[in-house]
Ligand binder design. Structure first.
Ligand code: AMP
Length: 509
């Protein structure tokens, strides 16, 4: 089936043809005619499925009729991260090149002045992250009463990042008569509740998860001791005919350390994480896209939606804490019909996280043997704490399991020292001196240490509790996460004298 049968205008068909796409993807086939009919859509789909074009294309045709009024955008697309927002804007530019639609991007890290000017002129399409949009609504720079089409993209990611109260607030500022397109990769209960609340008689469209359906990604798992990880990664990069690769770390401080280590070993690598200035992030991405930086060490902020069609390899330097992130990470390769390779490095102690990924995708990750291979610890052993029983990995690694555990316990000295909580150094901010609102959840999420492995159901339960609205990222979640980052010093029964200052003494001081 070609794009011609979907009901799109001549101009759009030309723009699609210019992009080199000949056939609509399954979600495009189903969503485009539905959106053109004016119906709400509940799309269960991930990035990599062609989901962005499934809403941008029909929106361009719908918005071609009518005119924008000052400060009253005609459509709103909410994205959880700046990168995704930028990518959606690029889609509008690419497909809307034969139309005269005006667009504004409201994301943190950009000057207010530029955004204010665009809004003052009136825009057909407003693409925003929730925090910055609320800022602008509070400053009366934007009014949502004229929104005809609302897109909520990556709703489950919004949930993960604590944006749900903001999204609810934003939607409450909109007219009830509007067309709503709601996309999420998964449908946990809180997201389902939101969909029920926001959508009217939606057409439900579900497309297969790229990770389970996408056989164009060759996945493998390498189990090595913590200390062997960097060397193993370097060996793999050399051996695997890597054109360009994204290397994911769980923590942003590891992103920096790994990027520096790779550079020291003669690799050309850049870094991308939530603590960087927006301009810097975009610049690095641009260099990566252009091939100037073949390796990009990144945190999960970059995992969702990062659209670089020709990424040959994805490496997971750590097994992601949340299994869903695995799907998003490896989905950066094998895009747009190409094949890709995803290699995950795990230590024996990461067995539980590996098991969670395999349970989610419904398939074991084939083991890849390397010189330093060790066995994977049985997940049950990790959960039982004191029980140190373990099993050999499926690949039949021949090193002893005892040695594996010893190696896993040998953390580099650098990591044992108390570190400043990730993100503590940052002062990125707004002109009024308050911190950037939507950047905080990115930092919080990234800075969650390995030990804070709260399960997805537990997180959902927190969000969906009666106090859901009031809590979010400025409430209890934030306290939980910040506390988890603080290094804890135990004094045992002995309290040093300098701590025994009387209350009166303290007041005097
Ligand atoms: P998305 O799921 O929107 O992130 O899109 C994933 C990738 O597929 C992007 O690189 C798109 O440019 C590309 N893409 C979108 N639609 C098509 C199509 N019909 N044919 C081939 N590639 C497409």
């Amino acid at each position: 089936m070609s794009f011609e049968f979907l009901g799109l205008s001549e101009e759009l068909l030309r723009a699609v043809a210019d992009s080199g796409y000949t056939e609509p993807t399954p979600i495009q086939r189903q969503a485009i005619p539905t959106v053109l009919q004016g119906r709400d859509v509940l799309g269960i789909a991930q990035t990599g499925t062609g989901k962005t074009a499934s809403f941008t294309l029909p929106m361009i045709d719908i918005l071609a009729q009518g005119r924008a009024r000052a400060r009253m955008p005609r459509s709103l697309i909410l994205e959880p991260t700046r990168e995704l927002a930028v990518q959606v804007a690029e889609n509008f530019e690419k497909y809307g090149k034969y139309h005269k639609l005006s667009m504004a991007l409201l994301i943190g890290g950009m000057a207010f002045g530029e955004q204010d000017r665009a809004l003052d002129k009136g825009v057909d399409v407003l693409i925003a992250t929730p925090g910055r949009l609320i800022d602008q609504c509070e400053r009366s720079k934007v009014m949502l009463s004229g929104v005809e089409i609302l897109v909520i993209d990556e709703a489950d990611r919004m949930l993960d990042m604590g944006f749900i109260p903001d999204v609810e607030r934003i939607v409450s500022l909109m007219p009830p008569r509007r067309q709503t397109l709601f996309f999420s990769a998964t449908m946990p209960p809180v997201v389902k509740r939101l969909a029920d609340q926001f959508l009217r008689d939606p057409k439900a469209i579900e497309v297969a998860r790229p990770a389970t359906a996408n056989t164009s990604i060759a996945q493998s798992l390498v189990v090595v001791g913590e200390r062997a990880k960097r060397e193993t990664l370097r060996d793999l990069i050399r051996e695997l005919d890597v054109t360009n690769a994204i290397i994911f770390c769980n923590r942003k401080r590891d992103v920096k350390v790994l990027q520096e280590s790779l550079t020291r070993h003669g690799f050309k690598a850049g870094q991308l994480h939530g603590d960087m200035e927006q301009a810097e992030r975009l610049q690095v991405l641009e260099r990566f896209r252009a091939g100037d930086l073949p390796l990009l060490v990144a945190s999960d902020v970059a995992a969702r939606g990062l659209d670089v069609p020709g990424v040959s390899h994805v490496f997971n330097f750590d097994v992601p804490i949340h299994a869903d992130d695995y799907v998003h990470r490896i989905g950066r390769t094998g895009r747009a019909g190409r094949s890709g390779v995803a290699v995950t490095l795990a230590t024996p102690a990461e067995a539980e996280a590996v098991a969670a990924v395999e349970a989610l995708t419904g398939q074991p990750i084939p083991r890849r043997e390397v010189a330093q291979s060790v066995a994977l610890e049985a997940p049950e052993a990790g959960r039982r704490g004191g029980d140190r029983r373990r099993s050999r990995g499926k690949g039949g690694a021949d090193k002893s399991a005892d040695k594996a555990l010893e190696k896993a316990a040998e953390k580099p000295a650098r990591e044992k020292t108390a570190e400043k909580p990730a993100g503590a150094s940052e002062s990125r901010g707004r002109r009024d001196g308050r911190p950037e609102r939507e950047s905080r959840p990115e930092r919080e999420r990234e800075s969650r240490p390995e030990r804070e492995r709260d399960s997805r159901p537990a997180r959902e339960a927190r969000h969906s509790s009666a106090g859901d609205r009031g809590r979010g990222r400025r409430g209890d979640d934030r306290r939980d996460r910040d506390d988890a980052d603080e290094p804890v010093v135990g004094l045992g029964a002995h309290v040093p004298a300098f701590l025994l200052v009387s209350a009166r003494g303290k007041e005097a001081a």
